[in-house]
Design a protein around this ligand. Structure first.
Ligand code: SAM
Length: 581
């Protein structure tokens, strides 16, 4: 499958568009059951907070008819363990918001498991609110034996005053589909203090372990294999026995479980960690390291500010490449719950190879897509928010990878490309609670969508322009998804007038159905304004057909960047501390 950005609910989208066993790695960062709805705030001088916010996505749950339908549907799943587990949860949690959340997730986990290749890996990002239940769902879908790691990621540095330990971590559950999975044995750099204590700097710039000759033995004799001679060295003769300290295994990054003492010595010898020199009393263990080496990457990823200079071979501090995003971070696009590209680079580097396919069914503002693209993997992102899809298109793809061409290097599916498609979207919206069509239309015009909260009735969004080349002004946008009514133009004029200080009287009506001649005349009667030698109509009607052709309103010095963060500055993203073996 090609690189694809897909709009829609990931359940039907995965069912309809993603083939069984086609994906190498899935990262999912679903709503966490936070009982909170996340807003997008567009910041620009001249815009008030309530004029520039949009519900990005909802994370509030109730046991409603939809939850009951999902629960009933789940009873037909082929995974009996999962059905039994969800039914047991039903017995204890009853029809609660938590169960509504979990049945919603269970359905999606079934699909994620289906689309993964037998060698594939899944990373489920969540937090302690529901991680315990989600892990059991993952056990039921993937099997407990395929659980690999629970990663703790430090997600913030701020500590709220609350009567408990400050909650600063997220949880990532790593499962594979089978025992045969891609694992590139990532490593982390040593701490400088460790290197200073255990290694001696050589003249060639490398560091060598500083262990005494008999480090591979313990005091006292033994009867078993550990007392027997190995390669001509007899420990019993010197009152000792073979005993390799745990810290050596840590150092070399090998798990010796199940091996006998002689097999362990053979293994270290085979890997070049033991040298035998004639005349020496003991075989010598020695590890030579350079700054690009390090122990096996652990399951705690915790950026520690102010630790620059403490990590061997780098100027960066501890786990700087998975640091959380500060509010003013160069990577930020303004999308709530945006994750750092660094954690996705870790995951993709560890569990996939170049050219393989990465899926993010809850892709938000496209962090996974950016990481996959940077690491030369193929990718699929799905999101239910039309704004998220438009944001990924303009900021992540067109903004950060301008050489990629839609239709050639990637495709966008699910958002309207035809009038018919736009009508289907608008009609579907009529039955739901989302303003998907209006949001899509405003985003398509590079405008700032608005949820019509509070006093902002009649305004679906604003489009920024800078008539004097400096100060931003905002034409008000009204999107009409039904047949136009006679007073639609009049209302728009009234709103543009009410906001004259910021709109200069400009209003844009986006119409799904063509305006009548009378309406066009009505719009024209609002008059024009002359600026920079051009005449600009105060009230303009754009049809959806116009929008689909890429037409923009005629405004003096349109500025599509206002309200949006600048494109994610990928060059600013810290270099990876991870090293592939
Ligand atoms: C926590 S955010 C993901 C943030 C993302 N990891 C990033 O870095 O930007 C969850 C996303 O899932 C989307 N979402 C929620 N339910 C969905 C569903 N059923 N299908 C597809 N997307 C969904 C939301 O619109 C939201 O963008």
């Amino acid at each position: 499958m090609n690189n694809s950005l897909l709009y829609g609910d990931n359940l039907p989208v995965m069912r309809e568009r993603i083939a069984t066993e086609s994906v190498d790695i899935v990262y999912l960062d679903p709503p966490f059951k936070s009982d909170f709805d996340y807003n997008l705030l567009f910041k620009a001088d001249g815009l008030k907070a309530d004029e520039a916010q949009l519900t990005a996505f909802k994370d509030t749950w109730t046991w409603d008819a939809a939850a009951q339908t999902t629960y009933d549907e789940l009873q037909n799943a082929s995974n009996v363990t999962l059905i039994n587990f969800v039914n047991a949860l039903h017995g204890s949690l009853a029809r609660t918001p938590m169960l509504a959340y979990l049945v919603n997730m269970a359905m999606r986990l079934i699909e994620i498991h289906r689309v993964l290749k037998p060698t594939g890996s899944a990373y489920l990002h969540c937090d302690p609110t529901a991680s315990h239940y989600l892990k059991m769902l993952m056990d039921a879908v993937f099997l407990p034996t395929n659980f690999r790691s629970e990663i703790i990621w430090r997600r913030t540095g701020s500590h709220n005053r609350m009567k408990r330990w400050a909650p600063i971590h997220d949880v990532l559950l790593f499962y594979t589909k089978s025992d045969e999975y891609t694992w590139n044995s990532p490593r982390r750099p040593y701490m400088l203090g460790h290197v200073r204590e255990h290694f001696i700097e050589g003249e060639d710039g490398t560091y060598k372990t500083d262990y005494y000759g008999n480090v591979l033995t313990g005091s006292g004799t033994r009867r078993g294999e550990s007392g027997q001679p190995w390669r001509g060295f007899d420990p019993t003769a010197k009152g000792r026995h073979w005993a390799i300290p745990g810290k050596i295994w840590e150092e070399v990054g090998i798990d010796p479980k199940g091996l006998t003492q002689h097999q362990k010595l053979d293994l270290l010898f085979g890997k070049g960690f033991i040298t035998i020199t004639e005349g020496e009393a003991w075989p010598m263990y020695q590890l030579t390291i350079s700054p690009s080496d390090g122990p096996a990457a652990p399951d705690i990823w915790a950026f520690q500010p102010y630790t620059e200079g403490t990590v061997f071979g780098t100027d960066l501090g501890i786990d700087a490449d998975v640091r959380w995003l500060g509010t003013q971070d160069a990577e930020r696009l303004g999308y709530p719950t945006q994750k750092p590209v660094g954690i996705l680079k870790h995951i993709i580097n560890a569990s996939s190879r170049p050219g393989e396919l990465v899926l993010d069914p809850f892709c938000g503002c496209g962090t996974t897509i950016a990481a996959a693209q940077m690491l030369a993997r193929r990718w699929i992102g799905i999101d239910i928010s039309p704004f998220a899809i438009e944001l990924v298109r303009r900021q992540r793809l067109e903004g950060a990878f301008p050489h990629l061409k839609v239709g050639v290097d990637y495709e966008i599916k699910g958002l309207p490309t035809t009038l018919e498609g736009a009508r289907m979207m608008a009609e579907a919206e009529d039955s739901g609670d989302r303003k998907a069509f209006e949001i899509w239309a405003v985003a398509k015009l590079d405008g700032i969508p608005n949820d019509k909260k509070g006093a902002d009735k009649g305004v679906d969004g604003r489009i920024a322009f800078r008539p004097d080349g400096k100060t931003a002004k905002f034409a008000v946008v009204s999107v009409k998804s039904g047949k136009l009514k006679a007073d639609d133009i009049r209302s728009l004029k009234a709103v543009a007038k009410r906001e004259e200080a910021s709109s200069l009287g400009f209003g844009v009506l986006v119409a799904l159905y063509p305006p009548t001649t009378g309406m066009k005349a009505d719009a024209a009667s609002a008059g024009t304004v002359e600026m920079h030698g051009n005449r600009y109509p105060l009230v303009q009607i754009l049809t959806v057909e116009d929008i689909l052709k890429g037409k923009k309103p005629h405004l003096p010095l349109l500025d599509p960047t206002v309200g949006y963060r600048k494109k994610a500055n990928l060059a600013d993203i810290q270099g990876s501390l991870l090293r592939d073996e």
